[in-house]
Design a protein around this ligand. Sequence first.
Ligand code: NAP
Length: 314
Amino acid sequence: MPATLLDGNIFANQIKEEITEEVRQLAASGLRPGLAAVLVGTNPASQTYVRSKVRTCEQIGIFSELVTPPESSTTEDLLALIEQLNARDDIDGILVQLPLPAQVDAKRVLLAVSPEKDVDGFHPVNVGNLSTQRPGLVPCTPLGCMEILRRANIATEGQEAVIVGRSDIVGKPLAMLLTNANATVTICHSRTKDLPAVCRRGDILVAAIGRPGFITTEFVKPGATILDVGINHITDPVLFERFFKGDEKREKQFEEKGSTIIGDCDPRVTRIAGACTPVPGGVGKLTIAMLMSNTVKAAKLRRLARQAETAVQG
Ligand code: NAP
């Protein structure tokens, strides 16, 4: 039996509906969450991502502000901008779209974002909060993975979870979230020995590598749940044939556009897995929804906590 498709669109729409309702309720108590998106320069892919984030804010009722410093901006220019945004009460989340221009010290800029407004969850304070299970902001893509498991009723407690990829934005925070959810977690990377055998231990297998179709059927435990985080554009016809020969829809798309998107898993893993996220239309769909969720969470943590403090003092 082929794997159940874990459709990211369905889960993302559910989450967005829930957040829209929450934003409506917060508005009734005079609180409108706000997100500032900082887009430096004119990178077309970054423009597309940021526009899509701003549009989603508008749909949900979150205030959003797009700030577009020029490509020539220096680290100091951006630090000054972040300082202004940190000081503004109407801004709850600050998103700095990566990559930043080569002359900018991206680490310094990201570190300057106040941990309270760090809706990407990259700040070391939030990394520490996650690992010690304190309230804080968690990176959006791993959060999206957890939402898929939760909403699809896939158990984590006592399950073996194997994550391939140890990046700070996906693999490591997801390992922490799964550990907190009582899974037994193994993190793999480029130096892992006998990767297929380690992956076959996974009741839950996460691929966050950045290599097209790398995870093949020999990596998969029969019936496992696979979360494919990878987003890879392929243009090589030989690679295309290897993965999509006979898939009429993809063949038509490849012919028209000269490219297609594939995850880190070979599409044939669906023959062995019990459930699987597609690419496109899987994990990626939840990332923006979780950014919205983080913005609302940041607003509540910061502003409601302050209201409570004022009430106690008053
Ligand atoms: P990254 O920072 O490049 O990390 C890749 C990880 O994969 C590294 O830990 C690396 O190991 C490991 N790796 C590479 N080759 C390997 C191999 N042959 N065997 C085992 N492990 C290997 O990537 P990332 O930022 O986490 O992104 C991973 C993928 O997810 C990319 O395709 C990216 O586009 C996608 N992504 C999607 C979303 C979304 O919204 N869906 C969000 C973020 C990222 P080492 O540490 O040993 O080098």
